[in-house]
Design a protein around this ligand. Structure first.
Ligand code: SAJ
Length: 432
């Protein structure tokens, strides 16, 4: 049974994961302080507004801020539970950078009291939670720390990765199963009591290292499978086959479920996390490494094919459909669509028009290129060549009669009925 008393919670990092998490915990009735290093983020949230796009998040944040259950600050304050959701990027040679986690743990250590629980949610290399534990032990020698004492520890430390999909974050935060890894089983149980307050999905406990690896494995599994689809798409172009048709047919087999090819893998998770495994065991991860390379290579392949196509059609305007790393979101981080469109803009200047309903202006990568952000109608009116890079629903719903006379390079397979769908320059030569 959960105690009636609501723990006070401090969430460190108010980004795509931290803010929705803070808001959902606040909705469950716990008083939540969200902490971020950016003053603009703190001010925006304290005004009941949000600095990111996510379905239904604005209403939720506005509600919990106006009820007083969520407030934001630049400073960590005392709390019963600390949730760390800060970024873990990689540096040169794909070496994971856990410095934000350690900075956050340092701030938590200063506010820590006996009885508190600290949970790391950031995607992290195996062993990070133990490293964080060691840092806290060093900073707070007055506290008994789990795994380092024979007595009952004063605090609990656990790792619990988020698993949510951008665009469905609130739904998945509530309904997805959670895997909770404690430094000790007692730590896992303490963290479990906390998650059961606001998670409807199943919560299973394990140790911290297994939970860290589970998160990395989930995203690597997807990366490897997308790499398979991307490799098939290049092979199919080479063999003059329609990859979408081949995948659709193969997936009729009851034990085959091939993912979709695209212009490469974007976002800050799937394109990053597999490197954390490779870095941990470089001699034993040829498959995971090559999958990363295949997916990154697909972006270069699309750029090359698009350039060949454009070179055959001098002086016409080219519309790039989409900059977001995936459908129906405003997130451009690590986006292959953005990389391709920006490189085309640098190559072809003002001939390039970009259609991105989720952007108000072109990102910095387009500066000085002469490329323009246009809406769907303008692109249809002025661009004989169209390259689809993101599968936004708004693009899918463009009917055939509005694009039948266009030359199209559809990297997402959103217009299967397109007659002039030129995947490769050889197709183009055939058509012309
Ligand atoms: N993609 C394809 N083909 C596909 C599926 C995806 O090319 O068939 C591309 C997308 O276009 C995008 C990239 O892969 O560029 C990643 O998109 P995604 O929808 O697969 O995943 P993310 O990055 O939005 O979220 C993933 C999710 N992980 C898994 O599905 C295993 C999510 O549950 C995680 O919480 C998230 O990473 C994270 O934060 O780690």
């Amino acid at each position: 049974m959960l105690s009636d008393e609501k723990p006070s919670v401090c969430v460190l990092g108010l980004g795509y994961i931290g803010l929705p998490t803070a808001a959902i915990i606040a909705r469950s009735g716990c008083p939540v302080l969200g902490v971020d290093v950016t003053a603009h983020v703190v001010d925006t949230i304290n005004n009941g507004k949000i600095h990111i796009e996510e379905v239904d998040l604005d209403g939720l944040v506005q509600g919990v801020v106006s009820r007083g259950t969520l407030r934001a600050s630049l400073q960590v304050e005392a709390a019963d539970v600390f949730v760390i959701a800060v970024p873990t990027p990689f540096g040169d040679n794909h070496v994971p950078d856990t410095s934000y986690v350690m900075d956050a743990a340092t701030n938590v250590a200063a506010a820590l009291k006996a009885g508190d629980t600290i949970i790391l949610e950031s995607t992290s290399p195996v062993g990070t939670t133990e490293k964080m534990r060691d840092l806290i032990a060093k900073l707070r020698p007055d506290l008994k720390i789990p795994g380092l004492t024979n007595d009952i520890p004063d605090v609990a430390i656990a790792y619990c990765p988020e698993r949510v999909l951008p665009g469905k974050i609130l739904e998945e935060l509530t309904n997805n199963d959670r895997c909770i890894g404690g430094i000790t089983p007692r730590c896992a149980r303490k963290a479990l009591d906390f998650y059961r307050r606001f998670v409807r999905g199943g919560c299973v406990t394990t140790n911290a290292r297994a939970a860290e690896m589970t998160k990395l494995v989930e995203n690597s599994y997807r990366d490897v499978n997308i790499a398979f689809a991307n490799e098939l798409s290049i092979v199919s172009d080479e063999m003059d086959l329609d990859v979408w048709e081949v995948i659709r047919l193969a997936n009729r087999h009851p034990r085959v479920n091939i993912l979709q090819p695209g212009p490469g893998v974007g976002g800050h998770c799937i394109a990053v996390d597999p490197w954390f495994i490779v870095h941990g065991a470089p001699d034993h991860t040829p498959l995971i490494r090559i999958a990363r390379e295949v997916n990154d290579g697909k972006t270069g392949h699309v750029l090359e094919q698009a350039s060949l196509m454009i070179d055959e059609l001098p002086s016409v305007s080219i519309a790039c459909f989409g900059l977001a790393f995936k459908a129906n979101i405003d997130d451009f981080r690590e986006s292959p669509a953005l990389k391709i469109a920006a490189k085309l803009a640098r190559r072809y200047g003002g001939r390039v028009k970009v259609v991105e309903p989720y952007a108000n202006e072109l990102p910095a990568a387009f500066e000085g290129t002469g490329a323009e952000l246009v809406d769907i109608d303008e692109a249809l009116e002025s661009c004989p060549v169209m390259i689809t890079l993101t599968d936004h629903d708004m693009f899918k719903s463009i009917p055939l009669d509005e694009r039948a006379d266009k030359v199209v390079y559809d990297t997402r397979g959103i217009w299967p009925d397109q007659p002039n769908n030129l995947k490769a320059s050889s197709d183009l030569r055939l058509a012309s």
